[in-house]
Every structure is written in C-alpha cells, then in structure tokens.
Design a protein around this ligand. Structure first.
Ligand code: B1M
Length: 209
C-alpha cells in the first residue's frame, strides 16, 4: 500500500479520534461495511504488523493503531451484523495457566479480529480444562495459546495434550517470547507465529488448509 487510503492511514497512525468520521465518509461514498473492513482496515493492520516485525514501530504504536482499528470496527459492527456478514472462522485464544502476561496475546487477538475472525478471548491464567470447554462450546476451528514465561511452557504442552485427549481437533497455534517453532512441533501444535503480524498469515494458512 504505497499511498494508503485516508482511513487506512489514520489507523496506521493511531489517530483514533479521526477514525469514526473517516469511516462515515467511506460509507457516504458508497463503500459497504465489508468492503471497508477488507480493503481499508485489514490492510492497515497488516502494514502495522509488518512495521512492528521490522522494528520500525514498537508496542505503544501498535497498541494505539489497534485501538484506532477497534473504533472503526465499533462503527461498522452493527452494519456487518445487520447485513448478515458473519466472520468466516472463529477462534479461542488465551494465555496459559500460571501466566499473567496478556499484551502480546491481546495484540494477536486484535489482529485476528481485524482479519475477520470471531475471537473468543479467555484471558490469562487459563487452565487446560477451560480451553477444552470453550472449544467444545464454540466449536472453535482455531485455538491460540500464549506463554511468556519459561516456567509456563509446560502448561502450554499440557493444554495441547488436554485438547487432543478430549478428542477435539481444532488447529492449535502457539506463540510468546520463549516459544520457538521447534517447541511448537515438539508439543504437537499445528502452527507457530513469532509476532502478531505473522499470526494472521499463519492463522489463515491453518484455517484454509
Ligand atoms: Co513479566 N517477565 N513477569 N511481567 N514481563 C518477562 C516475560 C521477562 C522476560 C522479563 C525479564 O526477566 N527479562 C521474564 C520472563 C523470564 C523467563 O521466563 N524467561 C518475566 C518475569 C520473570 C515475570 C515475573 C515472574 C516477575 C516476578 O513476579 N518475579 C512475573 C510473572 C507473573 C505471571 O505471569 N505469573 C511477571 C509479571 C509481569 C507483569 C504483570 C508486571 C507485566 C505483564 C503485564 C501484562 O501483560 N498485562 C510483565 C511484563 C510487562 C513483562 C515484559 C517486560 C514485557 C512483556 C510484553 O508485554 N511484551 C517481559 C520482558 C520482555 O518481553 N522484554 C516480561 C510486549 C509484547 C507485545 O510482546 O508478549 O512477547 P510479547 O508478544 C509478542 C510475541 O511474543 C507474540 O506476538 C506478540 C506481539 O508481537 N505472541 C504470540 C505472543 N503470544 C502469541 C500467541 C500466538 C502468536 C504469537 O499465537 C496464539
């Protein structure tokens, strides 16, 4: 996106207060809510995720951009519901048992929402049984597990095990600072993402596989 649309540019720059009026002018120009999500907001968050991955912006800018995107989604959500535009996929996400870090997990959840995935966020310190119950209740197609502590990596392994032992087969994606692609494979997860930007591509690849 060399010359981003003003709404995309406002989201990228985190200009939260400008966003509702810009969404309104897109609607007045005849763009549908779905078009705005797919062509103005999702590409903006993809740029934010890419910039974060390349160390061009940092956590505060990413959070501010994500908050601006949420403003836009708040305006559009009733129209999307009314138009019957349902998210194509759903996902359960949480930080594993014993771990209270949620900033990275929240960023992944926001990016997934921006990619039109219906995200059920279980919060932090989530025991394996709670993941299992939520996957069953929502018939989730994707589960995201986050861990920030080396001491909670075993809880991630236990969660994957509990999901499989319950006979459930959602795609499981793991991430967090101490997690590696090798660890993901070792514990039987289906996917791994190093950051919130690549978590979208990885999720879509798993969901469409
Ligand atoms: Co904690 N903490 N902390 N901490 N904390 C770390 C993680 C630590 C590395 C600091 C350090 O010592 N250098 C260290 C862990 C050491 C280790 O295990 N190797 C540590 C420790 C030791 C602790 C305590 C044990 C400290 C104590 O009490 N003695 C304690 C544990 C509490 C607990 O969880 N039970 C603790 C507590 C806390 C606070 C509560 C104070 C606070 C958390 C606040 C909150 O989250 N609401 C906190 C913070 C802020 C940090 C640091 C400074 C920052 C973490 C963060 O938010 N990063 C952290 C040091 C650091 O990371 N440099 C540290 C920004 C965030 C955007 O990145 O979470 O990595 P991150 O998420 C990234 C990727 O990892 C990835 O995408 C995100 C965005 O790009 N990702 C996923 C994350 N989840 C993903 C899931 C996916 C895919 C990608 O798919 C599902």
């Amino acid at each position: 996106m060399n010359d981003p649309h003003p709404l995309s540019a406002a989201v990228i720059a985190g200009k939260r207060k400008d966003v509702p009026a810009l969404v309104q002018s897109c609607l007045e120009a005849g763009e549908s809510a779905q078009f705005i999500v797919e062509n103005r907001l999702v590409p903006a968050m993809a740029i934010v995720g890419e910039s974060f991955k390349n160390n061009e912006i940092f956590v505060p800018e990413m959070l501010i951009a994500a908050r601006a995107m949420k403003e836009a989604l708040a305006v559009l959500e009733p129209m999307l519901v009314e138009a019957g535009v349902k998210p194509e996929f759903n996902a359960v996400i949480g930080t594993v048992e014993g771990d209270l870090h949620d900033i990275g997990k929240n960023l992944v959840a926001m990016m997934w929402k921006g990619a039109n995935i219906d995200v059920i966020d279980l919060g932090v310190n989530v025991p394996p049984a709670k993941f299992v119950d939520a996957i069953r209740e929502h018939n989730a197609k994707l589960v995201g597990l986050s861990a920030l502590l080396t001491t909670t990596m075993p809880a991630m392994r236990e969660t994957v095990k509990a999901i499989r032992e319950a006979g459930l087969s959602p795609k499981i994606m793991v991430g967090g600072a101490p997690i590696t692609v090798e660890y993901a494979a070792e514990i039987g997860a289906d996917g791994y993402a190093a950051d919130a930007g690549s978590a979208v591509d990885a999720a879509m690849a798993l969901l469409r596989a």
